[in-house]
Design a protein around this ligand. Structure first.
Ligand code: T3D
Length: 259
């Protein structure tokens, strides 16, 4: 199994599982991720997702053993990327929050897979490498979109062109990720955060994600209208009613994640 799924109360953990190759991506893993994400999305009991990697790496990007140029010519990179792009689109389009626990090196498409998640935690020993330029490629799986938005164009350009490893603590300082965490505490912290998210107002979070994604292209005027409409939707959920009731009654809310 190239992607392992574990069910926890309220959330699922999806683990990239080719540890002897630092979880390098291949077509089979792309398919397995799509299935795991689609199944999580279809499960009403699943209100958050945790993505991580098995072994000492998070993901070393494309499995280069599968894409070597041969006598038959270059490999079908377009076809492969259509495959991986579907995974990135699926991840970004999920209504529930996705936490990524980067347990070790995240290189090439593996780095950008992590950046597609909503909240990225990383072990302090991990690093992020836009390894593409080392082999004559361009950042893909959304890299050229995520990087400038997260860290600004000057840093995005240097990361993409130089392909130098960015240590987790600096990645957090730069705003590429949310937090760098001591290695031995990473998974405990990632589970605690995902479990906490699984108890929050799930529809409100889904609408927040939609608003933030739309803000990437909207004018302020359009965004204000969108916020008004999404807030109206959030305001009709039972979680909103419960949130206000709980506040007034001075107790923690008991959100169900339902409409
Ligand atoms: O095909 C397309 O559509 C194009 C898409 C491209 C998207 C991309 O992701 S391009 C970028 C591809 N990734 C890379 O270029 C990274 C290659 N890996 C590395 O540079 C290094 O492995 C790391 C910096 C990630 C980690 O270094 P280190 O020293 O910690 O580990 P290592 O010894 O290099 O790797 C451990 C094993 O994993 C090793 O195998 P071995 O010698 O023990 O049998 C190594 O060959 C294997 N491995 C690591 N990365 C890949 C890989 N095998 C296949 N593909 C890999 N990407």
């Amino acid at each position: 199994m190239t992607a392992l799924v574990e069910k926890h109360a309220g959330y699922r953990q999806i683990t990239l599982n080719r540890p002897d190759r630092l979880n390098a991506l291949n077509a089979e893993m792309g398919d397995a991720l799509m299935v795991a994400l689609a199944e999580a999305e279809a499960d009403p009991a699943c209100r958050a997702i945790l993505v991580t990697g098995a072994g000492r790496g998070f993901c070393a990007g494309q499995d280069l053993g599968d894409v070597a140029v041969s006598d038959a010519g270059p490999p079908d990179l377009k076809g492969l990327l259509d495959h991986y792009n579907a995974v990135i689109r699926k991840l970004r389009g999920l209504p529930m929050p996705v936490v990524c626990a980067v347990n070790g090196v995240a290189a090439g498409a593996g780095a950008n897979l992590a950046l597609a998640c909503d909240i990225v935690l990383a072990a302090k020993s991990a690093n992020f490498v836009q390894a593409f330029s080392r082999i004559g490629l361009i950042p893909d799986c959304g890299g050229t979109w995520f990087l400038p938005r997260l860290v600004g164009m000057a840093r995005a350009r240097a990361l993409a062109i130089l392909a130098e490893p960015l240590p987790a603590e600096r990645a957090a300082e730069w705003g590429l990720i949310w937090q760098a965490i001591d290695d031995d505490r990473l998974m405990e912290a990632a589970h605690a955060l995902t479990a906490r998210l699984a108890k929050q107002a799930t529809i409100g979070i889904a609408l927040t994600k939609r608003a933030l994604d739309a803000a990437e292209v909207n004018t302020l005027d359009a965004q204000l209208d969108l916020e008004r409409d999404l807030q109206d939707e959030a305001g009709h959920t039972s979680d909103y009613a419960e949130g206000v009731r709980a506040f007034l009654e001075k107790r923690p809310p008991n959100f169900t994640g339902q409409r």
